[in-house]
Design a protein. Structure first.
Length: 500
């Protein structure tokens, strides 16, 4: 049996397990009202060995092929976005980092359990006082005779209290209250007393009910071989891990966006309004074309990620593409859910309805692993740095010659023919980042079109992106700005000005 047929059988088995768990034995809409999943549901799903896609063959897995990982995430997110995120956390934030940077003896001991049992693993970076500012984390470690002692607090880790293993980030304690600048990663086994991480509280997260989040107290000791070994520095290892994770967001987005599109098409086809259905309304067709454009862009991202994001590659320097994929696809996920809810009417405004659930479940994707405003700002800063290096001031000229946008930018040159300037306010940096991310996404689509992706979807995508880019670019021609007025209440009570 060749690898393609083998994977077809594997993914079909997985989809059948989801169907059995969510439709034959239980109702996914009812399950979504409660926190967590019943153990018998997990048993059915995990019997299909979904996490084997992220494990090298020498440890009993399928080989950690990106295409297979993204397909698995997509199949899961079509039925349940929280389930897909659960697998995404395991794959991108535990299994792949361990497979790439872990000690051989550790991998031999831990990885096989993820193919044969219901094992879970996660990553702890975020701290109560340090979210995106991860390099200032206060969790610290010191060497001991037997390994490393680690102390600190972590929170908002997906699978809090549920994961069997964790990768915990910490900085070396240099004494006198000083911590090293670099970051190290340590694997912990929650079944062992010395390595057990205490859960101080569980958060009542808004959406993603299937996944427990909370506050964790770290006071553990791990053996020497539990420390991951970076290729150079720990910071570059962290960037490699996070960038690879961001490049797997399109896998989670793919199935979710397709589900929003399929459900919206079905609803608007069958919903009769007057003498016809909802699809007869031009505004409804436009709304669904936006979801279809999200599907097209996400398809391009999945193809590109499959090409470049395997563990054989080091992605520490690939922030431009990683940030563009993560920020754009998560914005598209939220927009798709909002549009489906809009055409669904009142029926969609329930947590037990996939439209309403889609909104609250997809919203945090725009925040975690770097808020989208921060990522768009970084995209803009990378772009401006390249422009400065090439001594190019015109955005259209630069992007038309830039490797990642040289096919897409010329199609939008009329809207890009301006100079961003040297001292750009942060709000306009966000707009610039959104422009560049969309151009990078469009280029992925154009490259898919060259090898047979259907042209009508591409043309619709190009038109919708032209609308977006024209709007974003127009902000650069606006002068002045809307400022925050902290003491806004003085002379602003409408009651004082209403007619008596």
């Amino acid at each position: 049996m060749d690898s393609t047929n083998d994977f077809d059988t594997f993914i079909s088995t997985f989809k059948n397990a989801l169907k059995k768990a969510f439709y034959e034995q239980h109702d996914i809409n009812e399950l979504s009202l409660a926190r967590g999943l019943p153990p018998e549901v997990w048993t059915v799903i995990m019997q299909a060995s979904p996490l084997s896609v992220a494990i090298p063959k020498e440890y009993g897995g399928r080989g950690a092929v990106v295409k297979e990982c993204l397909s698995l995430l997509s199949a899961a997110s079509y039925e349940s976005l929280p389930l897909s995120l659960t697998f995404g956390i395991n794959i991108a934030l535990f299994l792949e980092p361990l497979a790439k940077y872990g000690d051989a003896s550790l991998k031999e001991k831990v990885l096989p359990g993820f193919t044969s049992g219901q094992r879970m693993g996660g990553l702890m970076i975020t701290e109560p006082e340090f979210g995106s500012d991860a390099l200032n984390m206060k969790t610290a470690y010191r060497m001991t005779e037997d390994g490393y002692a680690i102390k600190g607090h972590k929170h908002w880790q997906g699978l809090t209290g549920q994961a069997d293993y964790w990768l915990v980030t910490a900085r070396k304690d240099l004494g006198n209250g000083e911590l090293a600048r670099d970051v190290d990663f340590f694997m912990t086994d929650n079944s062992l007393t010395q390595q057990h991480i205490e859960v101080e509280s569980i958060y009542s997260n808004l959406g993603l009910y299937m996944i427990p989040y909370g506050l964790n107290k770290i006071n553990i000791e791990v053996p020497h071989n539990h420390r991951l070994q970076p290729e150079s520095t720990g910071i570059k290892m962290m960037l490699d891990i996070l960038h690879r994770s961001r490049m797997q967001f399109p896998g989670m987005g793919m199935g979710f966006i397709k589900r929003m599109l399929d459900e919206a098409l079905s609803h608007c086809t069958n919903r009769v309004v007057g003498t016809g259905n909802l699809l007869m309304l031009d505004s409804v067709q436009f709304q669904l074309s936006r979801i279809q454009t999200a599907y097209t862009l996400c398809s391009g991202m999945c193809a590109r990620s499959s090409e470049i994001s395997g563990i054989a590659h080091n992605l520490a320097q690939e922030g431009l593409e990683a940030n563009s994929m993560k920020a754009l696809v998560t914005d598209l996920m939220q927009e798709s859910a909002q549009l489906y809810l809009q055409v669904s009417g009142a029926n969609g405004y329930r947590i037990s309805h996939i439209a309403g659930r889609g909104i609250v479940d997809s919203r945090p994707f725009q925040i975690f692993e770097g808020s989208n405003e921060m990522l768009y700002t970084q995209i803009a800063e990378i772009t401006l740095k390249h422009m400065k290096k090439q001594r190019e001031t015109n955005l259209a000229s630069f992007l038309s010659g830039f490797e990642r946008t040289n096919q897409s930018a010329p199609r939008f040159s009329e809207h890009l023919d301006f100079e961003p300037g040297a001292n750009i306010p942060q709000r306009k940096l966000v707009d610039l980042g959104k422009i560049v991310a969309r151009l990078i996404g469009v280029q992925y689509v154009l490259q898919l079109a060259e090898i047979g992706f259907r042209k009508d979807l591409v043309n619709s995508c190009l038109f919708n992106m032209k609308m977006d880019i024209a709007h974003l670019a127009s902000n650069f021609s606006l002068t002045g700005r809307a400022d925050l007025i902290p003491e806004y209440e003085a002379e602003s009570d409408w009651m004082d000005f209403a007619e008596r």
